[in-house]
Design a protein around this ligand. Structure first.
Ligand code: NAD
Length: 426
């Protein structure tokens, strides 16, 4: 199928490359000429495991191209996916500026024949209907007759984005009408995943309910973890037992420094605002965010119980919001570093991929090329991101520290390799 993807960010690029890997002809539309040139040469502007290799393969096969010719790419496509950003506005509601602009551009470029416009960005219920009004206004055509519309939320996780895109648990296809949905049913048929067909608003809500439930599980695990720490109980053993119950499942029960990333905070905030707008009380959702906010600073409380921070050097291991990605949006490190600096600490930091994004935000931090280098001369270490390489750290790596205050915000270190450390909830 001829596909156009608007947006070359995490979702746009991974979806575009993934759809090309399934044999479709994909044009990914971006706005930045340098980024497009890089993608065309097989260099993704983001770090995501396996993306560079697969991008190079689909470029070689002639199944994928990146372009800034918005209208040209839309005109050729049987399905155009909107994968633009929907960031949090100041009040927690999503900012639809990019969506409205992209929908207007798509409307002006719709092909003469039938095509389907697909909203893949995460948007609150009712937004796709607003996009339909923009598409109709700009094209002078009628949705459901001259062109189709679907809402197809994306559930990929950064760090495992390609794997999640190519092997999804389910594909949700919200459809304006059966003809629109049939196009996506055909596109996703080779994915061997259950395809759930719904109306547009249901598809929009499934994404918010899913992300809010996942965020709730994490905040719940953190509350239980804080209590376990107080009682001297291993919360990971507890959640291991809890997760064996098939009604609960083992995932998203890992206590730690809390969730970050572009999605959970933004999506839970948007759902909270939506509930407020509708006059429907949603205290649980509100507390999920508050528990998460407080959890970040617990590691500083723990640190201050071990040593006075003022004048000390603190090593930070991990800057991205999770392992496997260079994305720093809402990363715990972005709250923890300024809090440490404000308390008079010097900070040394190491991350395998995200340093280039954090450096401009905190130029006063010393950025290091390895964990061992960051640890050298440090009075304490805070491990904040689940990067696989941190699992293999040993006493030898920590031996250059001035004092052995090693605090984990993510459960990573191995007791048989590192003799003294303490976890935020363990
Ligand atoms: P992103 O900020 O990484 O990418 C958005 C891209 O869209 C940017 O590169 C931007 O330049 C581009 N863009 C905006 N307007 C454009 C236009 N008119 N023409 C061409 N390009 C345009 O965002 P993302 O993380 O990829 O997220 C995109 C959407 O998917 C959001 O709604 C997000 O909530 C949702 N989502 C994200 C994830 C994730 O893990 N990142 C997972 C599932 C869903």
């Amino acid at each position: 199928m001829q596909i156009c993807v608007i947006g070359t960010g995490y979702v746009g690029l991974c979806s575009g490359v993934g759809l090309a890997a399934k044999g479709n002809q994909v044009a990914c539309v971006g706005r930045n000429k340098d980024k497009i040139a890089g993608i065309q040469q097989g260099i993704p502007p983001i770090f995501e495991g396996g993306l560079q290799e697969l991008l190079q393969e689909v470029l070689r096969n002639g199944l994928f191209r990146a372009t800034d010719d918005f209208a040209g790419a839309v005109k050729e496509a049987e399905a155009t996916f909107l994968c633009v950003g929907t960031p949090s506005g100041k009040d927690g509601r999503i900012d639809l500026t990019e969506m409205r602009q992209a929908a207007a551009q798509v409307g002006e470029a719709l092909p003469d024949g039938y095509c389907v416009v697909v909203v893949k960005s995460t948007v609150v219920p009712g937004t796709t209907e607003e996009m339909i009004r923009i598409l109709e206004e700009r094209s002078g055509r009628k949705a459901g007759k001259d062109f189709g519309v679907c809402m197809n939320p994306e559930f990929l996780r950064e760090g495992r984005a390609l794997q999640d895109f190519l092997q999804p648990d389910r594909v949700v296809v919200g459809q304006l009408d059966p003809r629109s949905g049939d196009v996506l049913q055909r596109l996703y048929a080779p994915f061997q995943a259950p395809i759930l067909r719904t109306d547009l608003k249901t598809a929009e809500m499934i994404k918010y309910a899913s992300n809010s439930l996942l965020a709730t599980k994490i905040s719940f695990a953190n509350e239980v973890g804080n209590l376990c720490k107080q009682l001297g109980i291993d919360t990971y053993a507890v959640m291991g037992g809890v997760g064996l119950d098939h009604r609960i499942g083992p995932h998203f029960l890992r206590a730690g420094v809390g969730f970050g990333g572009s999605c959970f905070q933004k999506d839970v905030s948007a759902l909270k605002s939506l509930a407020e707008d509708q006059g429907v009380p949603a205290p649980l959702i509100t507390d999920v965010l508050e528990v998460n906010r407080r959890q970040r600073f617990k590691i500083i409380d723990l640190l201050e119980r071990r040593l006075p921070v003022n004048g000390k050097t603190i090593a930070i291991l991990g800057l991205s919001f999770m392992g496997g990605t260079d994305d720093i949006r809402e990363s715990p490190a972005l709250d923890i570093i300024p809090a440490l600096l404000q308390k008079g600490a010097a900070v040394r930091a190491y991350d395998p991929q995200a340093t280039r994004h954090v450096r401009p935000l905190f130029p006063q931090v010393t950025y290091c090329a390895s964990a061992r280098e960051a640890l050298a001369g440090a009075d304490a270490c805070l491990l904040l991101t689940e990067w696989e390489e941190f699992r293999s750290l040993t006493d030898q790596d920590f031996s250059g520290m001035r004092s052995p205050v090693i605090l984990e915000g993510r459960r990573m270190l191995d007791r048989s390799k590192v003799s003294r450390f303490e976890g935020i909830c363990w």
